[in-house]
Design a protein around this ligand. Structure first.
Ligand code: HEC
Length: 193
């Protein structure tokens, strides 16, 4: 009976030690690492998450500050099919430890089509790294609209519709006729390539 509080404390200490060890351990990333974009934490139009338990607040802090080095485990998404994940420090010097992913998404979940560091090309034919490296260093590869990257051909409205209609989201969003038209135009312009 008297040992109880002590046992509680050792459990807490163990959780702390395991938690802190995690930040430098290799990340295990699978299709299950990714989720409905709008279930992540929104920051100025894009969404963030962290794959390491207890580290989301650190990622949100850097994203909100709009500059600084993202912590290991950070996940960043703008559109449902493209995602960046930050590995522990020293993992890949060229990308400052970011890995780029091109995904397929459906109501069944996520499928990883491509992943890598400097050679992943998206469905618009663009190399993720080649664009994102142009962001000024203090932005840690995050482009937004004014960090130095070449622009992407998606209007604000199209980005928002793509986020809201992410097929992985449990709550289904029904696009308005105007939004549906935007999605059809996007699909047509992709097919024409
Ligand atoms: C033509 C250049 C270009 C290519 C190629 C490109 N991006 Fe981006 N990306 C951008 C720009 C510009 C933004 C910001 C758009 C905005 O906020 O309106 C962006 C936004 C993002 C964001 C949200 C955070 C941020 O940087 O603003 C992620 C995540 C992302 N891209 C991942 C990828 C991945 C993964 C690939 C490859 C599969 C890729 N991008 C290919 C230019 C590019």
């Amino acid at each position: 009976m008297t040992l109880r509080p002590l046992r509680h404390l050792s459990g807490l200490l163990l959780a702390f030690v395991l938690g802190s060890a995690h930040a430098n351990e290799p990340l295990s990333i699978s299709s299950d690492s990714f989720q409905c974009v709008t279930d992540m934490t929104p920051v100025r139009g894009f969404y963030v998450d962290n794959l390491i338990a207890g580290k989301l607040a650190d990622t949100v802090a850097v994203a909100t500050a709009e500059q600084g080095q993202y912590p290991p485990g950070s996940v960043v998404q703008l559109v449902p099919t493209e995602v960046m994940v930050k590995h522990p420090k020293g993992f890949n010097a060229a990308t400052n430890d970011w890995e780029f992913f091109e995904l397929s998404v459906s109501p069944q979940g996520t499928k990883i089509d491509k992943r890598g560091f400097v050679d992943v090309v998206n469905r618009f034919g663009g190399n993720c790294f080649a664009c994102h490296i142009k962001a000024e260093q203090k932005f840690d590869f995050i482009c937004e609209s004014d960090h130095g990257c070449d622009p992407i051909p998606l209007s604000l409205q199209v980005k928002q519709v793509l986020q809201k209609t992410d097929p992985r989201c449990e709550e289904k969003y029904l696009p308005t006729p105007a939004e549906l038209k935007m999605l059809q135009q996007l699909a047509a312009s992709l097919n024409a390539r």
